[in-house]
Ligand binder design. Structure first.
Ligand code: PMP
Length: 405
């Protein structure tokens, strides 16, 4: 049986809203997804029943809150098929996860002149942390180029590999182009040279099955809020062997084994990297979001979203003067586009008046915009609660805006 979209939509209260008197058409899912009632209720439930700080008290509520938090870690472990819960580090999101690796990996594994490879299509959060490390640790950053249709090729990555390469950090799916990068091939290639790979899964974790052991990636970063979960919580997966070699990123409570003024020893994994009170409400709500996705089935989600992508691509291409940015045959449900000479911001504002929420701008990927020779795009990004009817209204809306110009 395929997904029952009508029923699914009823799980998302926000979708019944009107914006400027028009039914909300939410097509900004790559920025953040909406939340099902089960996730919203989980947050309320924790604050109403078991709220207490975790890992600290022997009292009843603290035990329950700790169990809930650690259960969520196991849910994440199962979802990405990590080998152990110790490899799941709760962070505040993808950005925080990448910063953790950049800081801790470079500090412990890199010397001046060593190289990190990224790609042209990276989000700022997979560029700027490395630039900061360039200033602190003296590393160099090499950038794999973009091919014509918005793809990264293995040969181009291989050409950048040298005896000084210490890590490759790459997005699984581009938040602008929608391209699904050949990460499995890149990981294999990198491992041939003994180089670990960090996968930024912010845009893949909610659309595609991600099995860290099958992929054999060394680090994986993602955010709960892009996968129907709450804001403010995310995950860094790391292979135990690598995490053990890395020093703590932040310091304070939770991450210590023993503290004296002379010397501090650090906690075991994953707590070594989780300083301070963790977002134990967010982690439990993320667990709920994962169960929501699992109940629908990622295979069904992928099939349905792929159909939306094809439908939207075909319908958009019927608009005169439209240019779709990113035309790889391997795409997730993200479409960036420009229409004639109309500024994306103007188009986005006018579509907003019609109740249609799209993203406009550089999408935190300014170097990609520079490589494409554009300032920004409009971006429609779809989730499993979107429909072909909504895409029809989008296309109609674009037609109306074009007529106004
Ligand atoms: N990487 C990619 C590919 C993204 O799309 C995003 C969010 N737009 C991020 C990283 C950063 O995610 P967050 O803001 O949740 O940390």
């Amino acid at each position: 049986m395929e997904l029952n979209i009508g029923q699914i939509r009823r799980d998302f209260p926000i979708l019944t809203q009107k914006v400027f008197g028009k039914p909300l058409i939410y097509l900004d899912n790559a920025a953040t997804t909406q939340k099902p009632l089960s996730v919203i209720r989980k947050i309320e439930d924790i604050y109403s029943t078991i709220n207490a700080n975790v890992h600290r008290g022997i009292h009843h509520l603290s035990q329950l809150a700790t169990e809930s938090h650690e259960e969520a870690r196991k849910t994440v472990q199962r979802y990405i098929n990590a080998a152990s819960p110790g490899e799941i580090i709760f962070t505040s999101g993808t950005t925080d996860s990448i910063n953790l690796v950049a800081h801790s990996f470079c500090r412990s594994q890199c010397k001046p002149g060593d190289e990190i490879i990224i790609t042209t299509m990276e989000h700022h959060s997979n560029i700027v942390p490395w630039q900061i490390q360039r200033d602190i640790s003296g590393i160099e950053i090499k950038v794999a180029p973009l091919r014509e249709n918005g793809e990264i090729c293995l040969e181009d990555v291989e050409e950048l590999i040298s005896s000084k390469t210490r890590l490759i950090a790459i997005a699984h799916v581009s938040n602008v182009l929608g391209t699904i990068n050949p990460v499995a091939g890149i990981i294999q290639l990198a491992h041939d040279y003994n180089i670990p790979v960090l996968v930024d899964a912010a845009q893949s974790i909610q659309h595609l099955p991600v099995d860290v052991q099958a992929l054999d990636c060394d680090f994986l970063a993602f955010s709960a809020h892009k996968m129907y979960g709450p804001t403010g919580v995310g995950v860094l997966y790391g292979k135990e062997r690598l995490l053990e070699k890395m020093p703590p990123y932040r310091a304070g409570g939770e991450m210590i084994a023993h503290v004296s003024f002379e010397k501090t020893t650090f906690n075991e994994l994953p707590y070594k990297f989780e300083a301070g009170t963790p977002d134990y409400v967010g982690s439990a709500a993320l667990g709920k979001a994962i169960r929501y996705i699992e109940n629908l089935g990622l295979d069904k989600i992928h099939r349905y979203e792929d159909r939306l992508l094809q439908y939207a691509t075909d319908r958009l291409l019927q608009i005169e003067g439209i240019q779709i940015i990113g035309t790889s045959p391997h795409k997730s449900s993200v479409i960036s586009f420009l229409v004639g000479g109309i500024h994306p911001y103007d188009m986005g504002m006018l579509l907003d008046q019609l109740g249609i929420a799209l993203r406009t701008g550089h999408h935190c990927a300014q170097p990609l915009m520079d490589a494409l020779g554009i300032e920004g795009t409009l971006r429609a990004s779809f989730a499993f609660y979107n429909t072909e009817e909504e895409i029809d209204i989008l296309v109609e809306g674009i037609g109306k805006v074009v007529k106004m110009f």
